[in-house]
Design a protein around this ligand. Structure first.
Ligand code: FVH
Length: 295
């Protein structure tokens, strides 16, 4: 059963945590006309929001009592759980959306805690920077209780695209971390490439005019690899595995010769070497090798 105030046409929302991201979320809610109550450990971070119409709360318990939907955006899940647990009686009967970055196990832990306290729980992973919140490019992953999603949806739509990925509360976090894995892998490639051309005195700005389009062209290979994975397709790639291993060996040797640490690509070379030794025929097989338990 819903608890707290739900005045007018917009759901009242409480935001716990007013770091750069929590402040952006609260700002988007205020802009969307949601009565918004805020709490932060360092109270001065609420000042600008209060000037824009937010209601300050002097404790987490007071904050959550003000709204049927409670959004948490703190540094990490341990901190979130500590503060929520101290106000569990006040949160009972409400919808809780936790946008603190977590691991799937942490998300499931908070979901189990919420279930034990009669709290409808949705976990989230924000795929946006604070500046993007409320804009057309912001997207937030959600997983967990469908009824929590329904209750919170009008407020969540103020942040950006609502991307619900399933009932398992750990799923949003898994998708979040998998997407970030892709991003950090790509960023690692950028770093290695820029360090290598930089060691030869080549301008980074000049080089990225080549790197950007090349990365975009290579990304077009991704759906084919995904299809091979899903279908366990063993059709051989045009390039034999040994070709990739040789390319990576040359890349690492050249980085060494140029005085650039090859550390970001060395593990990838090792994986390709193992794939070559195992007579792997396509790149999808490397993904399967990564996911296979170590023997
Ligand atoms: N900023 C971003 O671009 C990313 C985008 C993807 C999602 N993340 C996650 O969002 C969570 C909050 O991140 P943030 O950027 O708002 O971080 P900060 O500005 O550092 O604010 C941290 C808030 O946590 C509060 N806090 C820290 N320790 C405690 C504590 N022991 N007790 C109570 N509150 C605590 C802090 O309070 P204060 O220092 O202002 O008093 C801020 O409210 C995070 O999970 C990102 O991974 C953002």
């Amino acid at each position: 059963m819903a608890a707290g105030n739900d005045t007018g046409t917009s759901t009242a929302v409480t935001v716990i945590g007013l770091g750069v991201m929590g402040s952006a979320l609260a700002t988007a809610l205020l802009r969307g006309g949601h009565p918004t109550t805020v709490w932060n450990r360092t109270t001065s971070k609420a000042d600008a929001l209060i000037a824009s119409g937010a209601k300050p709360a002097s404790s987490v318990g007071e904050a959550v009592s003000a709204s049927p939907v409670v959004i948490v955006c703190l540094l990490d899940d341990d901190i979130a759980l500590t503060h929520l647990d101290g106000a569990s009686t006040a949160i009972a009967g409400r919808t809780l959306v936790n946008l603190t970055t977590s691991t799937p196990a942490q998300a499931r832990r908070i979901a189990a805690w919420a279930a034990a306290h009669d709290i409808d729980y949705l976990d989230g992973g924000i795929m946006a920077t604070p500046e993007m919140i409320g804009g057309p490019d912001a997207s937030v992953l959600y997983s967990g209780s469908p009824s929590a999603l329904d209750a919170a949806r009008p407020a969540l739509e103020r942040f950006g695209n609502v991307d619900y990925v399933g009932g398992d509360p750990g799923l949003a976090s898994l998708y979040d971390l998998a997407l970030l894995s892709g991003m950090y892998g790509m960023v690692g490639g950028w770093f290695q490439a820029l360090a290598l051309v930089g060691s030869a005195g080549i301008s980074a700005i000049e080089f990225v005019e080549r790197l950007g389009p090349f990365m975009t062209a290579m990304a077009s290979e991704l759906p084919a690899i995904a299809r091979q994975l899903d279908e366990h397709d063993r059709a051989p790639d045009a390039a034999p595995m040994a070709t990739h291993t040789s390319a990576l060996t040359n890349i690492i040797a050249t980085n060494d010769q140029q005085g650039v640490k090859p550390q970001l690509l060395a593990p990838l070379r090792d994986l390709f070497e193992q794939a070559t030794d195992a007579d792997a025929v396509n790149l999808a097989e490397l993904v399967e090798m990564l996911a296979r338990p170590a023997t």
